[in-house]
Design a protein around this ligand. Structure first.
Ligand code: NAP
Length: 338
């Protein structure tokens, strides 16, 4: 098998292709010949030494793949063999072979290419948890999607559009036309304007019902203030850590120091709530995840789940693929192909 290892913290040069023997599936596991692997911002954070859940280095990252099953371990339904699938991997996805628990594998919709199938698990499950499960978004409400042009951002737009809500989003200006075409009602260029001022203008000073915020630190304070009464803030990432000029673990310091503390009394008196989402801490809830996934895969058939792959890179060019994300060039998903 071929795998991309992170051999140390630093730039894309810390990614190395290594070869080893194919793994065999143990009881309850399935082996997948990978055709495409999804890249997530968390993978970049691991390489930069900024990801709290990082496995010990050297490691192979990657949370999701699509491909074809070629072996099934004891106790597993052998009819999986030969089927096209997509699956969640608890790391190890940057590879041409993975072994994963059966409960994390789902049949690939025939409508989707391998690349598009690999773009579904992390982005759509995260967006589903944010908007539907914990955010309770309703058709008459307005949601503000930060980082609307990213992988999770586009999935969030798909789901909010399906719900029928009004959708505002922040993104670099070059992505706005595409986002409007995808269903965003108003795009805000947060890099040249204060998004809060723009949002106040758009909502006549009222604020919005739900905000999805993967930026972290004091950005969460600003988002919380931009909620209207009964508003919910969904926090799910710390992208701002990458812009810190400090070194090593110190880079997380400004993020940690800027974070809000939610005291019950102000929460009560402002009629607002704040919640966190971390899909990487949901492994023990596989039945719940499987239930969400069935809805999303039906959404593919019904046409409202529309994964968008911006760019594919060969597995050996994982460094270039991560750089593309870091340089904010992506609109939607970036995948590795075998
Ligand atoms: N908690 C969870 O379960 C979970 C799951 C998936 C993702 N996430 C988090 O959600 C966020 C988005 O993840 P993703 O995989 O969908 O990535 P992504 O959004 O596809 O890729 C990066 C994009 O983020 C924007 N961005 C904002 N601040 C940035 C910064 N400081 N440096 C680089 N890019 C920045 C850029 O778009 P613009 O130029 O348009 O701003 C860039 O194109 C990340 O923080 C990630 O860790 C969390």
């Amino acid at each position: 098998m071929k795998q991309i290892f992170i051999v140390g913290h630093g730039g894309p040069e810390k990614l190395r292709l290594r070869e080893s023997h194919d793994p065999s599936p143990a009881g309850g596991e399935i082996r997948i010949r990978v055709r495409a692997s999804g890249i997530n911002f968390a993978d970049v954070l691991v390489r930069q030494g900024l990801y709290p859940d990082s496995p010990k280095i050297p490691c192979v990252v990657g949370y999701e793949v699509s491909g074809t099953v070629d072996a099934a371990g004891p106790g597993v339904d052998q009819s999986w063999i030969g089927r096209d699938v997509l699956g969640l991997t608890r790391f190890g996805g940057y590879a041409d072979v993975v072994v994963v628990p059966e409960k994390q594998v789902f049949e690939k919709p025939v409508l989707l290419s391998y690349e598009h199938a690999a773009a579904i698990p992390v982005n759509y499950l995260t967006a589903w948890q944010l908007l539907v499960v914990m955010g309770s978004l309703k058709p008459e409400e307005t949601v503000l999607v930060h980082n609307a042009g990213g992988g999770v951002g586009l999935a969030t737009i798909d789901i909010a559009r399906h719900i029928g809500a009004t959708i505002y989003g922040t993104a670099s200006s070059g992505k706005h036309a595409f986002l409007i075409q995808r269903g965003l009602h108003e795009a805000i260029d947060y890099r040249t304007k204060d998004w809060r001022v723009e949002l106040n203008r758009l909502t006549n000073g009222k604020g919005v019902a739900l905000i999805t915020d993967p930026l972290g630190g004091n950005h969460w304070k600003k988002s919380y203030k931009a909620l209207r009464s009964t508003g919910r803030l969904g926090m799910f990432g710390i992208s701002v850590a990458t812009t810190s000029r400090l070194f090593g673990p110190l880079r997380l310091l400004p993020v940690a120091l800027g974070m809000p503390f939610f005291h019950p009394i102000p929460l009560m008196n402002t009629n607002k709530s704040a919640f966190g989402v971390n899909l990487g801490h949901m492994w023990r809830e596989s039945e719940m995840i499987a239930g969400w996934m069935q809805i999303l895969l039906k959404g593919v058939a019904d046409g409202w789940v529309r994964p968008h792959v911006d760019k594919s890179f060969p597995l050996a060019q994982a460094g270039e693929a991560q750089t593309y994300l870091e340089e904010r060039k992506n609109t939607g998903k970036v995948v590795l192909t075998v």
